[in-house]
Design a binder for this molecule. Structure first.
Ligand SMILES: [Zn+2]
Length: 197
């Protein structure tokens, strides 16, 4: 499903500053306040906007970050990821197509890095790991790139399948449901007592 230019501009403004009011966003994007409010509500519902948070500076808080690369048998990677996911020191965890895991970790103090290394070494399924402290941060930004023509993946409200093209829409109680095919539209409409739009 593609986003229109106003969606894109609203996302750009909010990615830059999530604390702006709808009025401030509407002035920057040059659309009405209700349009901003509707569009932001939709983008939140669709899961494109995951949340709003303060961006904290770990270096200001005297913390040390490290990048960890883990190599293991493909069958063990998910289990290893599960093992480290709940750890508060693990801030980002990515499963790579090269069959490795990469973790961005932040430690309250540099002495805690050694404890983490011990933990890595104690997991027998880890074949190889590499850990290196971050010396300076060159760039750090949200992973999402907001650009004209960006499209989003929505799930079918009936069958849950991911819809990659343009979804079919059904209005129900003022909100829009997205559906993948005419079959799902009729099932969904029958179950929810709504008319296809
Ligand atoms: Zn469906």
């Amino acid at each position: 499903m593609s986003l229109d230019d106003n969606d894109v501009n609203i996302l750009k403004v909010l990615q830059w500053n999530g604390r702006l009011s709808f009025r401030q966003v509407s002035e920057k994007v040059k659309v009405s306040v209700p349009t901003v409010s509707n569009k932001v509500g939709n983008l939140e519902k669709l899961g494109v906007i995951r949340g709003y948070h303060a961006e904290l500076d770990p270096e200001r808080m005297g913390q040390t970050s490290a990048l960890v690369t883990i190599k293991a048998k493909p069958a063990n990677l998910s289990m290893i990821a599960e093992r480290f996911k709940a750890d508060d020191q693990v801030r980002q965890l990515y499963h790579l197509s090269s069959g490795k895991l990469i973790m961005v970790c932040t430690f309250l103090g540099s002495h805690l890095v050694n404890d983490f290394v011990k933990r890595l070494a104690s997991v027998p399924e880890i074949q190889e790991y590499d850990i290196a402290n971050v010396i300076s941060v060159g760039k750090e930004f949200d992973r999402a790139v907001v650009a004209p023509g960006v499209s989003i993946v929505v799930s079918c409200s009936q069958c849950g399948r991911e819809i990659r093209g343009e979804p079919l829409r059904v209005k129900i109680n003022g909100s829009t449901a997205f559906l993948c095919c005419p079959q799902c539209v009729s099932t969904f409409s029958a179950l929810n007592g709504s008319k296809e739009k």
